[in-house]
Design a protein around this ligand. Structure first.
Ligand code: CP
Ligand code: NVA
Length: 309
């Protein structure tokens, strides 16, 4: 793989993404073939925020590849006592073969990558969540046998998951529409950047509306995420008010394509961004998305951390 780091799928070509998905397919179907792929290698995992899926999938993934993962909570290392991100990156690079980090400020991921001499993987920042979206793409690929021409409708907060989905969708020839309440739309710079990427291949960029019904028209995928992301807890009451009418329920799903699937990165709040009948219903693929974090990240780590040749 040409890229040293995974900061965002924005930096990857369609072929790069397809290479990861193809290796993920092999890793998932024949896990035993990769049991020693990262033997003797170590991954440092920095977590400034909580995690279930990201932590467990990376830790289990490294173990299954013959390597080892270290969980480094921000309070357990010197970061929260003022050691700088550049020093943390330089020091960890002397010990480990890769760094995965979940951070508040996206700048921290950029700084880690700038100063580390080993690959850095973004395990979620306030702006982007590439590992999640790789697993989502793989899940869709498994279901549909291809991604080109599919339409994703994202209903809810224009957040890190929404941003990464926009970058990935335009790279892979998928249409995307986003419905968010006023004030909670995706970042304009990211919409513009994804639109420029789309125009390079004569496609239109993501559509942004405030009408969920409009967004899900013709959609093959209806995706949502929490209304209040990690770090925004103080805004939760205002957000709950602003997002009224944005719950993905059966009535909204009925306006999408008849075989449309429901996706959510999890964790979810039933009765807020999604009705229980949808997330626990037959069109929901949320557990496949969660499981596929493991297979996709194993493929990613093999591509990034195994010696060339
Ligand atoms: N989807 C996701 O990243 O989940 P965690 O926050 O549990 O890692
Ligand atoms: N948007 C959510 C995603 C959690 C996986 C958050 O950042 O909290």
């Amino acid at each position: 793989m040409k890229q040293k780091h995974l900061l965002s799928l924005k930096d990857y070509s369609r072929a790069d993404i397809e290479d990861i998905l193809e290796l993920a397919r092999k890793v998932k179907s024949r896990p035993g073939d990769y049991r020693k792929a990262l033997e003797g290698k170590t991954l440092a995992m920095i977590f400034q925020k909580p995690s279930t899926r990201t932590r467990v999938s990376f830790e289990v993934g490294m173990y299954q590849l013959g390597g080892h993962a270290l969980f480094l909570g921000a309070d357990a290392i010197q970061l929260n006592r003022g050691e700088t991100v550049p020093d943390t990156a330089r020091v960890l690079s002397r010990f480990v073969d890769g760094i995965m980090a979940r951070v508040f400020a996206h700048q921290d991921i950029l700084d880690l990558a700038r100063h580390a001499t080993v690959p850095v993987i973004n395990g979620l920042s306030d702006l982007l969540h590439p590992c999640q979206v790789l697993a989502d793409l793989f899940t869709l690929f498994e279901r549909r046998g291809g991604l080109e021409g599919l339409k994703i409708a994202y209903v809810g907060d224009g957040n890190n998951v929404c941003h990464e989905l926009m970058f990935a969708a335009v790279k892979l020839g998928m249409a995307m529409s986003v419905a968010s309440p006023p004030g909670y739309e995706p970042n304009q710079l990211i919409v513009k950047s994804a639109t420029r990427d789309a125009q390079k291949s004569n496609r239109s960029g993501p559509e942004v509306t405030s009408d969920p019904k409009e967004a899900v028209k013709g959609a093959d995928v209806v995706y949502t995420d929490v209304w209040t992301s990690m770090g925004q807890e103080a805004e939760a009451p205002a957000r709950a008010k602003a997002f009224q009418g944005f719950m993905v329920d059966q009535a909204l799903m009925a306006r999408a394509e008849p075989d449309a699937v429901f996706m959510h990165c999890l964790p979810a709040h039933r009765g807020e961004e999604v009705a229980a009948e949808v997330i626990d219903g037959p069109r929901s693929v949320v557990l496949d998305e969660a499981e596929n974090r493991l297979h996709v990240q194993k493929a990613l780590m093999v591509l990034m951390m195994s010696p060339p040749g």
